[in-house]
Design a protein around this ligand. Structure first.
Ligand code: T68
Length: 838
C-alpha cells in the first residue's frame, strides 16, 4: 500500500476545489488518497503497517461521510430557511443495505474512487465487502422504506425517515444439515461509521402507570395527566441519506432506547447494585432486536413497546422541529405529512392526540382535525390474520392514557357511523376500533384508517382488494380517502450500482438520463434490431452469471453451469409465496430425467434464497426440503449437470445485488390475491430477467407494461381462487388425475429426500393433500406447462434476449421516483426544496 504522508487537516474536499471548480482527475485522485490516509491516521489511529482491510474500509467510509455531512449541513440550512412542508416517514423497518457503495454512486465518485484506490494498491470491491449489512428489516416492507428514502432525496423533497436502531437486525441464517439455524446479527460490533448519535435531541418516553384528572393553574377546565411507572430515554442516531445527482441530503433518524436513570440511586445505596442496574437493562431491551416475523403478528409486549417508543420519540421530534419554525401547533398539518408504513406506527394517531390535548391544551375537535390531516396510512397486506391487534389488557397496562383516548376516538367515530347507518349493528361491530367477543383487542388498522386522511394500497390489484375485502367498510364510509400507489424501486441501487456492466451499456446506447427518469429506458426499444447491441446485452448477462457462479461455489461449494438457465426465487419463505410449488417442479424435472434419461432437456440452475421466520415450522421445513432435494439432484450422476439446485444461505440486500443481475427467470408465483405487491419482481425485470408469474400484486401491472408476450403467465386468478374455495377445493382430485404430480408427492413420501427420517416431510404432504390453503395442487399443472414454455423459449436465445431487453425497456413505471412523486403530489402535498450548488 502506497499512501501519502498524513496532514493535520482531517477533511479534504474530494470532488471540488475550494473555489467550487471541478478538479482535474489527477488532483482528485491525490485528494482522495490524502483524505483516506488522514482518516486512517486520525479516525482509526493506525498507520499502513498495522491497518487491516476493515481499517481501510472505515477510513474510506469516513471520507464519504464527510462529503455527505458537508451537503447535509447546507441541506438543513436550506430547509429551515424555506420553512417548507416536510415528509416524516414512520417505519419500524428500514432495510438500507450497505451504505458505502451507494454513497459513492450517489455522490458520483464511484469510478474516481476505484481509480484512486487502485493507484495506491487498494481494491474498492474488497473494501466494500468489509461493511456489515444493516439488516434493520424483514423484507419487502423495510426495503420499500429504503428505496423511498433514496427517491425522496433524489427528488429534493424534505424528509426524515424515523425508525428503530435495532442492536440486532434480522438474524443470520445458517444452514446445518439442510435445516435453517438462526444466529444473532451483531452488525454493530465493529462500530457504525454512518451514524451520528444526537444526545442533545434526546427525548423522554413514558410507560405504564395510571392517569389522573387535575385542574391546571388558573384554568377552570379539567385536564388529564399520565403518571408513568417508567421512563425511557430515546437517543436519535442520524444516518445521512444521499440522493443521486443532488446536493440535498436527507436523514434517517433511528432511535435507541436508554435508561432514564441508569442507576437507581436508592437501590444502589442500599447495596443492591444488581437491582440498580436492572432498570437499565429493561429499558435498553426495547431497541435490542428486530422481530423476525414478516406478515404475522407478534402479540408480545416488547413489540408494542418498540412501536410506541419509536413513534413517541419521532412525534416529539417532529413537534420540536415544527415549533422551531412556527409559533404553535395549530398549523402542524400544513407543514408536516406523516406517513404510517403499515400499522406498526399506528399508535401515533393516539399519541399525537395525547400530545395535543394533554401537553398542548388543544380542544378535542381541533386536535382531531390536525391529527387526521397529518397522517396517511399505507397498507401492505391482505391477509386478515396479519392485521395487528393488541389485547386491551396489555395495551391498558402499558399505555393507559392511550387506551382512554382510543375509547374516546371510537365513541365519537361510532356515533358518526350510527347516524349514517342507523340499523346496522354488524357494521358497527366491524368498524369498531375494539374487537369484542372473546378477548377484547385494539384493532390497529382501524385506528390507522380513522386517524388518517389518506389510505393506500401498494399495487392496483391490492388496492382494489382492500376496498372490496379487508377495508370494505371503511371504503364505503370514505371512498375518497382511498387511492393506489403502486410500489417502486430505486434504479440507483437496483441497476446502476448492482449491475454496472448493463448500466454502462444502457448509458452508452441511450445516454444516462434513465438514472433519474426511468421511463427513458423506452429508448432501448429502438435498438432491439441492432444485433451488436443484443450480443453485448447477452454477453453482460453471461458475465454476471459467471460471477454469480463463482460466488455460489465459494458460498456453498456447488459447481453450477453458467450456460444453464438461472431460475431464481429470492424472497422470505412463506407458504403463500409457494417456494414449495417451485420445489415440486424441480422434483418433477428430476423424475423425468430418471425415467427418460435420453430425453432432451434445457439445463437449469434453480436458485433459492430467503429466511423463514424462526417460529414458522412449515416454512422451515420447506427450507429443509429444498436442501434435501438439492443433495439428491446435485449428486445424481444420471442428471449429468443438467439440473442443479442451490439454496443460498442468509439472503440479504448485498446478496440480492449479486442475484438480480445474473438471473434469467424470475419466480413470482404467489397464490393470486395474496401478495400485496412484490418489489423483487420489479428488480428482476429491470435487470433483464423474464418473469414466470401469477396475476398477483404488481405482477399484473408489470405484465401490462412489458407486454403479455414478454411475460410467462399461469395460474388461477384471484376470482378463480375464491370460486374454487367457495365450492370446496379438493386437492386429492389433482393427485388422482395428474400422474406426474402423484409421482412427485409419492417420491417425497418414499423418503428419498429424507433418508433415515421417512416421516420428515409428512407435514408438507398433509398440508398439500388435506386442505392446500395456497392452491399449490390446483395451480401445479399450469405451472409445469408454463415452465415447459419457458424452457422452449430459452432455447431460442435470440428471442429470449429480445424479450429481456423489452422487459428492461418497459419497466420505467416501477421507479420509486414515480411512486414518491405520486405520494408527494396526491397525499403529502409537498414540494421540492433543492439545495443550491456550492
Ligand atoms: C410486503 N410486506 C408485502 N411485511 O408482502 C409485499 N409485516 O407484497 C410488498 O411488496 C411489500 O410489503 C412492500 O409494500 C412485508 O414485507 C413485513 O415485512 C412485515 C414485517 C413485520 C410485520 C408485518
Amino acid at each position: 500500500i502506497r499512501l501519502p504522508e498524513s496532514n493535520t487537516e482531517t477533511e479534504v474536499p474530494l470532488s471540488l476545489g475550494s473555489a467550487g471548480v471541478a478538479l482535474d482527475a489527477e488532483t482528485q485522485v491525490s485528494q482522495i488518497q490524502q483524505a483516506l490516509v488522514n482518516n486512517l491516521h486520525w479516525v482509526q489511529g493506525k498507520d499502513e503497517q498495522f491497518a487491516n482491510a476493515h481499517d481501510y474500509y472505515t477510513a474510506l467510509a469516513h471520507s464519504v461521510r464527510n462529503q455527505l455531512l458537508k451537503k447535509r449541513i447546507r441541506t438543513a440550512k436550506t430547509y429551515a430557511e424555506a420553512k417548507a412542508k416536510n415528509v416524516y416517514y414512520l417505519s419500524a423497518e428500514f432495510l438500507m443495505g450497505r451504505q458505502l457503495g451507494n454513497g459513492l454512486i450517489n455522490l458520483g465518485m464511484y469510478d474516481t474512487m476505484r481509480h484512486a484506490l487502485a493507484d495506491c494498491g487498494l481494491d474498492l470491491d474488497e473494501l466494500l465487502e468489509r461493511e456489515a449489512e444493516p439488516g434493520l428489516g424483514n423484507g419487502g416492507l423495510g426495503r420499500l422504506a429504503a428505496c423511498f428514502m433514496d427517491s425522496l432525496t433524489t427528488l429534493n423533497l424534505p424528509a426524515i425517515g424515523y425508525g428503530i436502531r435495532y442492536e440486532f437486525g434480522i438474524f443470520t441464517q445458517l444452514i446445518r444439515q439442510g435445516h435453517q439455524v438462526e444466529a444473532p446479527d451483531k452488525w454493530l460490533s465493529y462500530g457504525n461509521p454512518w451514524e451520528i448519535a444526537r444526545p442533545d435531541y434526546r427525548v423522554e418516553i413514558k410507560f405504564g402507570g395510571h392517569t389522573e384528572v387535575y385542574k391546571k393553574d388558573g384554568d377552570d377546565d379539567y385536564q388529564v395527566r399520565w403518571i408513568q411507572a417508567q421512563t425511557v430515554i430515546g437517543i436519535p442516531h442520524d444516518v445521512p441519506v444521499p440522493g443521486y445527482g443532488t446536493d440535498n441530503v436527507n436523514l434517517l433518524r433511528l432511535w435507541k432506547a436508554e435508561a432514564g436513570e441508569a442507576f437507581d440511586l436508592d437501590a444502589f445505596n442500599a447495596g443492591d447494585y444488581f437491582g440498580a442496574v436492572a432498570n437499565k437493562m429493561i429499558s435498553e431491551n426495547i431497541t435490542k432486536v428486530l422481530y423476525p416475523n414478516d406478515e404475522t403478528r407478534q402479540g408480545k409486549e416488547l413489540r408494542l413497546q418498540q412501536q410506541y417508543f419509536f413513534v413517541a420519540c419521532s412525534l416529539q421530534d417532529i413537534i420540536r422541529l415544527h415549533l422551531r419554525d412556527h409559533s404553535n401547533l395549530g398549523n402542524l398539518a400544513e407543514f408536516s405529512a406523516i406517513q404510517l408504513n403499515d400499522t406498526h406506527p399506528a399508535i401515533g394517531v393516539a399519541e399525537l392526540m395525547r400530545l395535543l390535548i394533554d401537553e398542548y391544551s388543544f380542544e378535542w375537535a381541533a386536535a382531531w382535525q390536525i391529527t387526521q390531516r397529518t397522517f396517511g396510512y399505507t397498507n401492505h397486506t391482505l391477509m386478515p390474520e396479519a392485521l395487528e391487534k393488541w389485547s386491551v389488557d396489555l395495551f391498558g397496562k402499558l399505555l393507559p392514557r392511550h387506551l382512554e383516548i382510543i375509547y374516546e376516538i371510537n365513541h365519537r367515530f361510532l356515533a358518526q357511523v350510527k347516524l349514517r347507518y342507523p340499523n346496522d349493528p354488524d357494521r358497527l361491530e366491524r368498524l369498531s376500533l375494539i374487537e369484542e367477543g372473546g378477548e377484547r383487542r385494539v384493532r390497529m388498522a382501524n385506528l390507522a384508517c380513522v386517524g388518517s386522511h389518506a389510505i393506500n394500497g401498494v399495487a392496483a390489484l391490492h388496492t382494489e382488494l382492500l376496498k372490496q375485502e379487508v377495508l370494505q367498510d371503511f371504503y364505503e364510509l370514505w371512498p375518497d380517502k382511498f387511492s393506489n400507489k403502486t410500489n417502486g424501486i430505486t434504479p440507483r441501487r437496483w441497476l446502476l450500482q448492482c449491475n454496472p456492466r448493463l448500466a454502462q451499456l444502457i448509458s452508452e446506447t441511450i445516454g444516462d438520463s434513465w438514472i433519474t427518469n426511468l421511463d427513458d429506458l423506452k429508448q432501448l426499444e429502438a435498438h432491439l434490431d441492432d444485433e451488436a447491441f443484443r450480443h453485448a446485452w447477452q454477453a453482460i448477462k453471461q458475465e454476471n452469471k459467471w460471477s454469480l457462479a463463482r460466488y455460489i461455489h465459494d458460498a456453498v461449494g456447488i459447481e453450477v453451469n453458467p450456460d444453464s438457465m438461472f431460475d431464481v426465487q429470492i424472497k422470505r419463505i412463506h407458504e403463500y409465496k409457494r417456494q414449495l410449488m417451485n420445489v415440486l417442479h424441480v422434483i418433477t424435472l428430476y423424475n423425468r430425467m430418471v425415467q427418460n434419461p435420453g430425453d432432451h432437456v434445457v439445463p437449469r440452475t434453480v436458485i433459492f434464497g430467503g429466511k423463514a421466520a424462526p417460529g414458522y415450522a412449515m416454512a422451515k421445513l420447506v427450507v429443509k426440503l429444498i436442501n434435501a432435494v438439492a443433495d439428491v439432484v446435485n449428486n445424481d450422476p444420471s442428471v449429468n449437470g443438467r439440473l442443479k439446485v442451490v439454496f443460498l444461505p442468509n439472503y440479504n440486500v448485498s446478496q440480492a445485488q449479486r442475484l438480480f443481475p445474473a438471473s434469467d427467470l424470475s419466480e413470482q408465483i404467489s397464490t393470486a390475491g395474496m401478495e400485496a405487491s412484490g418489489t423483487g419482481n420489479m428488480k428482476f425485470a429491470l435487470n433483464g430477467a423474464l418473469t414466470i408469474g401469477t396475476l398477483d400484486g404488481a405482477n399484473v401491472e408489470i405484465r401490462e407494461e412489458v407486454g403479455a408476450d414478454n411475460f410467462f403467465l399461469f395460474g388461477l386468478t384471484t376470482e378463480q381462487v375464491a370460486a374454487c374455495k367457495a365450492v370446496g377445493h379438493n386437492p386429492w382430485y389433482y393427485y388422482d388425475t395428474n400422474p406426474e404430480l402423484k409421482r412427485t408427492l409419492d417420491v417425497i413420501a418414499s423418503g428419498l429426500f429424507s433418508p433415515g427420517e421417512p416421516d420428515l416431510f409428512l407435514p408438507i404432504l398433509d398440508s398439500l393433500l388435506v386442505d392446500d390453503p395456497y392452491m399449490v395442487m390446483a395451480d401445479f399443472a399450469a405451472y409445469v406447462q408454463c415452465q415447459e414454455h419457458v424452457s422452449r423459449t430459452y432455447e431460442d436465445r435470440d428471442r429470449w434476449v429480445r424479450m429481456a431487453i423489452l422487459n428492461t425497456a418497459r419497466i420505467g413505471k416501477f421507479s420509486a421516483d414515480r411512486t414518491i412523486a405520486d405520494y408527494a403530489r396526491e397525499i403529502w402535498k409537498v414540494k421540492a426544496v433543492p439545495v443550491a450548488g456550492e
